[in-house]
Design a protein around this ligand. Structure first.
Ligand code: PHE
Ligand code: ZN
Length: 849
């Protein structure tokens, strides 16, 4: 069994668990290398199961003893778990195992981070803590006793009792093992309280290391706002007496929604104006909300199996974006979400790693916490809501909570509540869950006798294992503008269901300018020949903020395309159009800042590839820089005006209004730097009293190849702050000139503070390099080599973090044959490495296919 290649599991092979669990009692005697875990588990045969085989998952455990109903047993163990003969009736299983948290570098199961014990069990980490049916459809109440000299001992649920050196917790809500958590450490709390709409008083604590005390206020504030919002918008109240959040420095992901005990990557908890940027504050608010919302969408209703991951993740991402839209600017939030969706999910959908929102097989589930499952999963719910309307959505959600509370559910269950609540047939809509790839929607139009007709054609390109696609349901929000910019037809939602379909609008005086896919109403690529003039009308007049921004983005993309492909000069009309938006004081500064952001180099590579071109990454980089320079020069009087006019009076506040002003002001500063050699940016850096301004100025300097001194000063000032130093590492790699990027990254891996086993630090440097498109794709292949070296090294310590980073190679099909060969050589080198993890083995196999 040990050396056999890991086998994939299939959705279609699901069978119910042979045994159910009525209760779990765990005792932990914590020790860095000899932790004892004693389990008492009440099992009962599952009447719904076909087979009676008793199997418990267990990995890297030393089994010391086992007993059934008090009688010692000797189970058969292998590397994946154990089997044992058991009674054909309810029985109590007892086992004692030993584990070594200090040696756990994979950060899955029970591990140590800076002297504190913490756990991470999603998706299949509980099996590294004790023997258990580690699958989400086995749910049970947990009682946990922790024995340790450390002062703070936490687990799920409510505190039961505690004394010197021990504490007991009880979680009354049946939960799958992946939601189990334990924390023990020398921690201090920022505390608050919340009384739910049901009258329950809840103690709130955000636990951090003593040195970080005082940096959890914003997280606490975000938590309280999230709790209120979920009551008001979804009618969901919290259900325990205490809600604990712990900040941990070594964490593979963003955060984890363990019942009553969320564990966070410290970068998504800790903030002060001096150390966190506006973006950090934004992320903290969003992720605190996300994990909190999981309490209902994920915990109270969980997933039957891991194929249903999008059931909790897509829905919870959708809910957290609704929250952010409500707390901040809905328009800006939507635009930012779409930028991220296109950069990460469209890219995934277009490459060798494309998979459906609900995958049908996997070898390692950790490889499927993807932009497709999360972000496309959320888009699918947004489409559903648009199709059934807000009232239909609310009705369906109420039914979902009523019908499935306490259950492990499926996508079929989810869609059924929408069908039952609204009477709509969702058979075709379900394809969004099973078909991978981004649909291409081509649009042509005609106008005659006052009737304007849109002709639509949808086609989804082939993806691995899915050569042919059927048409999907595409909700298309459309509005029409008159040539002078007046809106003549307000937003209507067209429902496209066929491969080809036409929609007519009658009674028009003149040929309108269509505003298609308003609010980005479906995750598709819109293909339409549009004149620059039409785009200018939309950019100036569209009432839909998303499409107003989109018009500017398309103009920029076309200008860049012409520069890259044909060596064209920057287009003056485009510069003027952008200037008009930038100086329009009636527009939200945050929106204006987004409009000034040019499409990224990676986006341009993808777009040009779709058009059949393979320009060198350096050509793309150079053209984009030239366009930025042109923009800087063309608007040289505007930048100082914006800069001077947008200073935020008063002390720093992370709120949307001030953050928007800073964003636009820093955009102005970065353009000024291209004209004054960085003088203003240097002054800005010196005067900065918050991290947003400090990083903004530093970015402006690095972008023009300056900032060496400032980098040094920054490092001296922040040497003791690991989260700020992550920024220092990341920034200089991702903004290095392409020819220096690989050397910069290599040099930083030799820096004394490059603690590569810390995932944040690893991602800062190695991830930073992969984000420097022209540097990573350097023709020499040095970038590929360096990243592959580090993937191999990291894989031996932490497969999950290494495998995630391997997605840097997913864009290989869009490069020239020399680069493709270089990438392939690195993938081959990884694939043939002895002892490769299951995570990385699956990733390279998919990448190479
Ligand atoms: N379930 C977590 C979330 O989305 C993500 C996560 C997955 C964290 C796996 C750790 C491990 O909120
Ligand atoms: Zn989540």
């Amino acid at each position: 069994m040990k050396d056999a290649a890991p086998q994939p599991v299939f959705l279609r092979d699901y069978t119910p668990p042979a045994y159910l669990v009525d209760s779990v009692d765990l005792t932990f005697r914590l020790h860095p290398t000899k932790t004892r875990v004693i389990s008492r588990i009440a099992f009962r045969p599952n009447p719904a199961a076909q087979d009676r085989r008793f199997f418990l998952h267990g990995e890297e455990l030393t089994l010391l003893r086992a007993a059934i109903d008090g009688t010692k047993v000797t189970p058969q163990t292998d590397t994946e778990g154990l089997t044992c003969t058991v009674p054909d009736a309810p029985f109590t299983w007892e086992a004692e195992v030993e584990i070594a948290p200090e040696e756990n570098t994979a950060l899955e199961g029970l591990y140590m981070s800076n002297g504190m014990y913490c756990s991470q069990c999603e998706a299949e980490g509980f099996r590294k803590i004790t023997y258990y049916p580690d699958r989400p459809d086995v749910m049970a109440p947990f009682t946990v006793r922790i024995e340790s000299d450390l002062p703070v001992l936490l687990s799920n649920g409510n505190p039961v009792a505690q004394g010197t050196g021990w504490a007991e917790w009880h979680d009354p809500w049946p939960k799958p093992a992946y939601l189990f958590a334990l924390v023990a450490g020398d921690l201090v709390a920022t505390s608050g309280a919340f009384t739910t709409c049901e009258g329950r008083k809840v103690d709130l604590n955000i636990w951090v290391r003593p040195a970080d005390h005082g940096k959890a206020d914003y997280a606490l504030d975000s938590l309280i706002r999230s709790m209120k919002w979920d009551e008001q918008v979804y009618g969901r109240a919290y259900d325990l007496d205490v809600f604990n959040i712990v900040a941990v420095d070594d964490f593979n992901m963003g955060a984890m929604e363990n019942k009553g005990l969320n564990i966070f990557n410290s970068r998504y908890v800790l903030a002060s104006p001096q150390t966190a940027t506006d973006r950090d504050y934004d992320n903290i608010e969003r992720i605190i909300a996300h994990e909190y919302f999981h309490n209902w969408t994920g915990n109270r209703i969980t997933c039957r199996d891991w194929f249903q991951l999008c059931l909790k993740e897509g829905l919870t991402v959708f809910r957290d974006s609704q929250f952010s839209a409500d707390e901040r600017s809905a328009a800006v939030k939507r635009i930012e979400d779409v930028i991220a969706l296109r950069a990460r999910q469209f890219r995934e959908d277009a490459g060798p790693l494309a998979h459906p929102v609900r995958p049908e097989s996997f070898t390692e589930i950790n490889n499927f916490y993807t932009a497709t499952v999360y972000e496309k999963g959320a888009e699918v719910i947004g489409m559903l809501r648009r199709l059934v309307g807000p009232a239909g959505y609310d009705k369906a959600l109420a039914l979902y909570f009523e019908r499935h509370d306490g259950q492990a559910a499926t996508i079929e269950d989810w869609l059924k509540v929408f069908e039952d609540a609204t009477g709509r047939d969702l058979t075709q809509f379900k394809r969004w869950y099973s078909q991978a790839g981004t649909p291409r929607l081509s649009v042509t139009d005609d106008f005659a006798d006052g009737t304007y007709t849109l002709h639509l054609r949808q086609e989804t390109p082939p993806t691995p294992g899915q050569p042919d696609k059927a048409p999907q349901v595409i909700p298309l929000a459309v509005g029409l503008l008159a040539p002078n910019g007046d809106e003549v037809v307000p937003t209507t939602v067209l429902e496209m269901t066929e491969a080809e379909q036409s929609f007519a609008f009658t009674g028009l005086d003149a040929r309108p300018v269509p505003s298609i896919l308003r609010g980005f109403s479906a995750p598709v690529v819109l293909e339409r020949e549009t004149s620059a003039q039409e785009r200018a009308v939309l950019l100036a007049h569209d009432t839909d903020p998303f499409n107003k921004w989109e018009a500017g983005r398309l103009l920029a993309r076309d200008v860049l395309t012409a520069m890259i492909r044909d060596g064209a000069a920057p287009d003056g009309a485009f510069l003027d159009a952008l200037a008009a938006v930038a100086r329009d004081a009636t527009l939200d500064p945050a929106f204006r800042a987004l409009a000034l952001r040019l499409p990224g180099e990676d986006q341009m590579a993808e777009h040009l590839h779709a058009l059949g071109h393979t320009p060198g990454p350096l050509t793309i980089h150079t053209a984009r820089e030239a366009l930025k320079d042109a923009l800087a020069g063309h608007l040289q009087t505007l930048w100082p005006a914006l800069y001077d006019g947008l200073a935020c009076p008063g002390p720093y506040s992370p709120g949307a209004a001030d953050a928007g002003r800073r964003a636009l002001r820093l955009a102005a500063l970065s353009h000024m730097a291209r004209l004054d050699g960085g003088a203003q940016a240097r002054a800005h850096f010196a005067a900065a009293d918050n991290m947003t301004d400090e990083i903004g100025a530093l970015t402006a300097l690095l972008e023009i190849g300056a900032g060496t001194e400032e980098l040094d000063r920054f490092a001296t000032r922040w040497a003791e702050d690991r989260l700020v130093m992550d920024k220092w590492f990341a920034l200089q790699v991702s903004l290095a000139a392409p020819e220096n990027a690989v050397d910069t990254a290599r040099c930083l891996t030799e820096h004394a503070a490059f603690n590569w086993k810390n995932p944040n630090r690893f991602r800062a440097v190695i991830g930073g390099l992969t984000m420097n498109a022209a540097g990573f794709h350097d023709a020499s292949g040095a970038g590929y080599r360096l990243v592959a070296d580090w993937l191999l090294r990291m894989d031996a310590a932490n497969p999950q973090t290494a495998a995630r980073m391997s997605t840097a190679f997913e864009t290989w099909p869009r490069y020239d044959s020399e680069r493709q060969a270089l990438i392939r050589a690195e993938l081959d080198r990884i694939a043939t490495q002895a002892g490769l993890s299951r995570d990385m083995g699956e990733m390279v196999a998919r990448l190479r296919a």
